[in-house]
Design a protein around this ligand. Structure first.
Ligand code: PEP
Ligand code: MG
Length: 557
């Protein structure tokens, strides 16, 4: 039998799709080294030629934005904004003023800004793709060649690319483009955002993607993060059909979360404020597993009053009357600095005064927040569960728990730091529950910035070292007979959810839109199957093998 080739990447949107591969159209071939200097008397005209080209590109993108909605419209408007960015247009115009030809000036200005964005890292680094796309569009306009972009295939096809420019992905028709696969890009890239909005399977960071020829038949598995080239056609069609049936089951599923043999697993929502909590009630969730309180105060120059905080916490508690609501104290710092408490000059904020550590210098800020949470609970006659982020020691857990219990609430901590996972038994001895924040636990275990697109294979919660730490915490929870939740993005991955349950995790909290997929998957497996899947995943030494082992263990019998 002919050998099929399987490439591995980072799964972003689940589901399966099978079709011929297509690649985006050529970017304009332009070599700035061939540019002829512009004589002084022509520079004004050349500058106008450039600004006209940039405006034309921005205008076309805005026009497309006006016919789109949601994330697509936002992405198109943001890219149009880059084409008109004063800094970028100004840098290119300055170069033209010194005699550089317009296309060469656009290229050089882009390089300058791309270097700056890359240095800033995180979300800014991901904007380099957007900027390069704007450059290509403006250069194409200046050269009078067709604007680069995604083809309109005649039959439903799988779009492969190095990285997709947001303006390309924003206009995609999910009937024609049935899956997205990129060689670069992270789970937060624009490609990923648009794939989620379109609801088509997506895999990013696929090494070796370039070898796949246009027209080759490929099976994309957005759940496992794989791309199979020239698979057995009947098996591929059956896999797509099975994923369609799973999607239909998801639409029907109403909860509550439980395994096929009746073990209850709470499926909860991550929320940021009253509005998102009310929206979450439209999904099959049984409460809130993580209320990220800091998100409501990101723009605030000064500390919100106790009264203001009380009314915010009340709104969230009121959205889920009589149900579990876990409120996290301010996780200020690192990627979420709060002006009124985060130190401005830390050399390494991810390892700095972040999360519960703000109470070292500002115990009054944490005390005021706990007072506000307690007051909100009293006002509506419920007992909030309260947890602290970034706990690294049992002493910190004990100190926090005392503050929470003094106010009559249920005390817990997050396990996001490897030290807390390693010492889970002593941490659990101090609190009523723990919740594993797999986003940070992965970042700190793998020493890899969670926002970095380049490090997507490291910032994967299926990394065996991360699984091993989660396993330690879950085991400690079983021994202490205390709840262990997971509230990072790992809880949104249906396959991983089964592995977590097999380890002993008792609740799963993630973006509410993920609840049904997780619920359906759990409903189809027994606790024993989950245990076998967990052991199988823990016995592997890389994320792809862990996924494959878990998936094999969870096949219907
Ligand atoms: C986490 O780290 O997994 C978590 C849930 O917290 P946040 O994503 O807000 O840092
Ligand atoms: Mg965290």
């Amino acid at each position: 039998m002919e050998q099929t080739q399987v490439l591995n990447g980072t799964p972003v949107v689940s589901g399966q799709a099978y079709g011929p591969a297509v690649w985006p159209g050529e970017r304009p071939a332009y070599d700035p080294a061939t540019a002829v200097p512009v004589p002084p008397e022509e520079r004004e005209v050349e500058t106008k030629r450039f600004t006209d080209a940039a405006s034309a590109v921005a205008g076309r993108l805005r026009e497309r934005a006006s016919h789109s909605s949601g994330a697509a419209a936002e992405v198109l408007s943001a890219t149009a904004g880059l084409a008109e960015d004063r800094g970028w247009v100004g840098a290119a115009s300055a170069l033209i003023g010194k005699g550089t030809a317009a296309p060469a000036a656009a290229t050089a200005a882009t390089e300058q800004f791309a270097a700056m964005f890359t240095k800033l890292g995180g979300l800014m680094a991901e904007r380099v793709t957007d900027l390069n796309d704007v450059r290509d569009r403006v250069v194409a306009e200046l050269l009078g060649v067709p604007e680069p972009g995604v083809p309109e295939p005649d039959e439903p096809s799988v779009l492969l690319a190095d990285d997709l420019a947001p303006a390309d992905t924003a206009g995609l028709d999910p009937v024609k483009i049935i899956a997205l696969v990129t060689r670069l890009g992270g789970p937060t890239s624009h490609t990923a955002i648009i794939a989620r909005q379109l609801g088509i399977p997506c895999v990013v960071a696929v090494a070796g993607l370039g070898v796949i020829a246009a027209g080759a038949a490929v099976l994309v598995d957005g759940t496992a993060g794989t791309l199979e080239v020239e698979p057995d056609e009947a098996a591929a069609v059956a896999a797509v059909e099975a994923s369609r049936r799973a999607a239909a089951a998801m639409a029907e599923w109403q909860g509550p979360g439980q395994t096929a043999d009746g073990r209850s697993i709470s499926i909860l929502a991550n929320v940021a404020d009253g509005t998102s909590a009310r929206t979450a009630t439209g999904h099959p969730v049984e409460g809130v597993g993580l209320f990220r309180t800091e998100l409501a105060f990101l723009d605030r120059p000064d500390e919100p009053s106790v009264a203001e905080q009380t009314s915010l916490y009340r709104e969230v508690l009121e959205a889920f009357p009589g149900q579990k609501v876990v409120i996290r104290t301010l996780d200020a710092g690192s990627d979420k600095p709060l002006k009124f408490v985060t130190p401005a000059d830390e050399a390494n904020p991810a390892l700095g005064v972040r999360g519960n550590r703000i109470a070292i210098d500002h115990p009054e800020i944490r005390a005021a927040q706990l007072d506000a949470i307690a007051a909100a609970g009293v006002a509506i006659g419920t007992t909030p569960w309260v947890m602290a982020p970034m706990i690294a020691s049992a002493a910190e857990a004990a100190e926090f728990a005392a503050q929470v219990r003094q106010r009559g609430m249920v005390a817990g901590v997050m396990v996001e730091v490897p030290a807390a996972a390693i010492l889970a038994p002593s941490i659990l001895a101090e609190v009523d529950f723990v919740s594993i924040g797999t986003n940070d636990l992965t970042q700190y275990t793998m020493a890899a910035d969670r926002m970095s697109a380049e490090l997507a294979t490291l910032t994967d919660p299926w990394q065996p070292a991360v699984l091993a730490l989660i396993g330690m915490v879950a085991r400690a929870g079983l021994e202490a007979d205390k709840p262990v939740g997971v509230c990072g993005e790992a809880a949104a991955d249906p396959l991983l959810a089964c592995v977590l349950v097999g380890m002993g995790v008792t609740s799963l909290s993630a973006a509410p839109a993920a609840a049904a997929a997780v619920g359906v998957r759990l409903a189809g497996v027994t606790v024993d199957q989950c245990r076998i899947a967990a052991d199988a995943a823990l016995a592997t030494s890389d994320p792809a093998a862990a996924r494959a082992a878990a998936s094999a263990a969870l096949q219907p019998t």
